[in-house]
Design a protein. Structure first.
Length: 258
């Protein structure tokens, strides 16, 4: 398990997991490599799909269990149709699912410090969630507008954190870590996408990545080769691509950790 128990690692590592819908499976592949290398994670920040996986790791779930759950769930488990002026899908089921899985955990209950990001509907500003219900914060972070209706917190409405900070490197830096490892699910493409959906996905990915500033701010930046893939459904090949990208960067990470 990726728990703070290693005695050989002297520097504190902060892990940042970007949003990216079904591409989030690539995070699992990267986590498998970290677990096999006995890398200790001391703080986690995530957005959208990255918030879902990051919360599970912070709660002490094993990479194996997360993998099993990710392969098992689908949109029917997370979403339900709804009538709203602000969208037509509700993520209440996702919040319920996360609550059941994490035992209704608050941020204070987590084994590893964790933050996730939402976007204020009225101002467009990011909000860093670090207190209260983990499941509710994750639901906010994953509520992609205008499809999924916003969620309320403290009398304000919030949507997917990807629109204001899809790769929250700086917030994790502020959690007292020495090294940051950022896994960005939206990278560069080597050729024009094969169809309109992949093209739109690529352009949106560039916008979301830059919403948080320079991704190279991280000590180590991992970008799985997903840019020419389609994120419209869950594919196990994404896990393999995440593994490959993390394995390539593992020597750089181990050097940074000293």
């Amino acid at each position: 398990m990726l728990m703070p128990s290693s005695t050989t690692q002297t520097k504190r590592l902060g892990l940042i997991l970007s949003g990216g819908a079904a591409f989030g499976l690539a995070h699992i592949g990267a986590l498998q490599v970290l677990e096999e290398a006995d890398v200790r994670i001391d703080a986690i920040g995530g957005t959208s799909a990255g918030a879902m996986i990051g919360a599970a790791i912070a709660a002490g779930k094993s990479v194996r269990e997360i993998t099993q759950v990710a392969y098992r769930i689908n949109w029917l488990h997370m979403a339900r149709p709804t009538l709203s002026r602000y969208g037509f899908i509700s993520f209440r089921k996702l919040e319920s699912l996360m609550n059941d899985w994490l035992g209704h955990a608050t941020f204070a209950d987590l084994k590893i410090p964790f933050i996730c990001v939402g976007t204020d509907v009225l101002t467009g500003e990011p909000r860093i969630f670090s207190q209260g219900s983990v499941a509710h914060a994750v639901r906010i972070s994953a509520s992609v507008p205008p499809i999924i209706v916003p969620a309320q917190e403290d009398g304000r409405y919030y949507v997917d954190g990807g629109f204001s900070n899809n790769l929250p490197i700086q917030p994790v830096e502020e959690m007292g870590v020495d090294v940051t490892l950022a896994i960005n699910l939206f990278g560069k493409a080597s050729r024009m996408p094969r169809n309109y959906i992949a093209y739109a996905q690529l352009i949106l990915g560039h916008m979301l990545t830059r919403s948080a500033g320079d991704p190279n701010r991280a000590t180590v930046l991992v970008t799985p080769n997903l840019a020419e893939q389609l994120a419209g459904w869950f594919r196990r090949s994404y896990v393999d691509l995440g593994r490959e990208a993390m394995q390539e960067k593992l020597p750089e990470l181990m050097a940074a950790l000293g």
